[in-house]
Design a protein around this ligand. Structure first.
Ligand SMILES: [Ca+2]
Ligand SMILES: [Ca+2]
Ligand SMILES: [Ca+2]
Length: 307
């Protein structure tokens, strides 16, 4: 913002007084090579100058006054011991607005006054409430505390001051994947449990086999198969030996697969095939191939890993 300095015309004092006595005085525009002002009007009392761009109160023998610009609307006051105002609305802020789960954010409120100036409010003078989201509390001094979430989650807080209120959205960031409510610390990604079982369902526990397909929830999670569809469970669908062994399975794009083999079904060490290790799934029926298996008797299994 720029506030132009006001310079009365260079008339002699006696002449200026005579002009003021006539009422409104039109002052000529002033300018230089670096600055210019629109035409200013001086009121009858000789204390206020205004133009299309600004208003400026002068004073005679005291220290109070105000100056302002029209666009953007800003008013500054100087020298007043206090002022009367009306609160038109509230402006809220938070630091940070993207707050981690089980962390805090400091809320703040400003009153927007009838002359468009801002008045910072102490947080304790404002009544804070939670509108929505996993915000466990807001202290009297405006410190909001978030709870665990299973994914990035929106929330909102509200501030009431006098007869005005405002709301502010916050984002609660998911930091840990296994810390949400009844699903915390059970080895399964909470978002996966909520996706299949809702927010708090005993059927989501790792040892439960909700769809009774013989594979419990923990292993369905590792394989990224559906724990609520008995036709969905991880297994080798087919195998072929067209010169070398190839095994087929339904894959997930969120998992990686490794082919293990050995020559005896009941004994020996399962050894991974180096070229068939940690292969990303395509989401369709994939296959892994043992290139060294030609003519040999071999047994296979597939390992699944959560990246
Ligand atoms: Ca979490
Ligand atoms: Ca969990
Ligand atoms: Ca299943």
């Amino acid at each position: 913002m720029e506030i132009a300095a006001f310079m009365p015309s260079a008339a002699a004092p006696g002449k200026a007084s005579a002009l003021v006595a006539l009422g409104m005085v039109l002052l000529a525009a002033w300018g230089s090579a670096n600055a210019a002002s629109t035409v200013s009007v001086l009121d009858a009392g000789g204390k206020r100058a205004s133009s299309a761009s600004y208003v400026m109160d002068g004073s005679l023998g005291s220290f109070v006054g105000s100056a302002g610009a029209n666009s953007p609307r800003v008013v500054a006051r100087h020298g007043y011991a206090g002022q009367l105002y009306d609160v038109q609305s509230l402006a809220l802020s938070a630091s940070p607005t993207n707050v981690n789960e089980t962390s805090t954010s400091q809320l703040a409120a400003q009153a927007i006054l009838d002359d468009s100036t801002l008045l910072s409010l102490s947080a304790t003078s404002v009544a804070w409430t939670v509108v929505s989201g996993l915000i466990s509390s807001i202290s009297a001094n405006g410190l909001a505390t978030t709870t665990n979430v299973y994914q990035d989650t929106g929330g909102a807080v509200r501030a009431d001051y006098q007869s005005r209120f405002a709301t502010l959205p916050l984002t609660i960031r998911n930091v840990g994947n296994d810390d949400f409510g009844a699903y915390a610390r059970d080895g399964i990604d909470d978002a996966w449990q909520v996706r299949y079982f809702g927010l708090s369902n005993p059927n989501a526990s790792p040892l439960a086999d909700a769809d009774r397909d013989g594979m419990d929830n923990y292993h369905e999670y590792i394989a990224d198969t559906s724990p609520t569809n008995a036709l969905s469970w991880f297994h080798i669908q087919t195998a072929s030996n067209g010169g070398s062994f190839k095994v087929f399975f339904q894959s997930s794009t969120n998992r990686k697969y490794t082919l293990y083999g050995r020559t005896n079904l009941t004994s020996g060490v399962w050894t991974n095939i180096p070229s068939q290790t940690d292969i990303p799934g395509s989401g369709g029926v994939d296959s892994l191939t043992d290139p060294s298996s030609k003519g040999a008797q071999r047994y296979y299994r597939i390992g699944v890993r959560v990246p």
